[in-house]
Design a protein around this ligand. Sequence first.
Ligand code: IDP
Ligand code: MG
Length: 138
Amino acid sequence: MSNITFSMIKPDAVGAGNSGAILKMIEEAGFKIIAMKKLRLSRERAGQFYEVHKERPFYGELCEYMSSGPIIAFVVEKSNAVEDFRTLIGATNPQEAAEGTIRKLFATDISANAIHGSDSDENANIEANFFFSQLERV
Ligand code: IDP
Ligand code: MG
């Protein structure tokens, strides 16, 4: 069972002033924040992060969007972190996201969907390492 996952509050949610409300939901769901920073990705760096999607039709739009404003990148810890965090954020398309999930409450559309959550233990580690060194985590 995994105990860490990686997340980003995306530019739409940061820009709308929803970061605090989203982080409150995450903490109330039992996740402990072990690293965090606010930054703006360059288009190139966004492209590197989403490299796995480079053949998908929305890749260009996704890279534009993810570099359009600041994000908050963070790592959280909890038992079964990857799966429980994906449940908390809801489906990729907010129109399909369950009631009470972060994307249902805060996402704009399928592209600007408020928040990222890693989809596997392997990717959680790769993505956490993309933004943070071991020493930056408490
Ligand atoms: P996930 O974030 O729920 O894991 P992925 O399929 O991994 O969803 O897609 C990564 C991100 O790419 C999504 O969170 C969303 O921002 C964007 N995205 C996914 N599908 C579409 C689409 O059909 N149109 C536009 N953007 C999309
Ligand atoms: Mg994904």
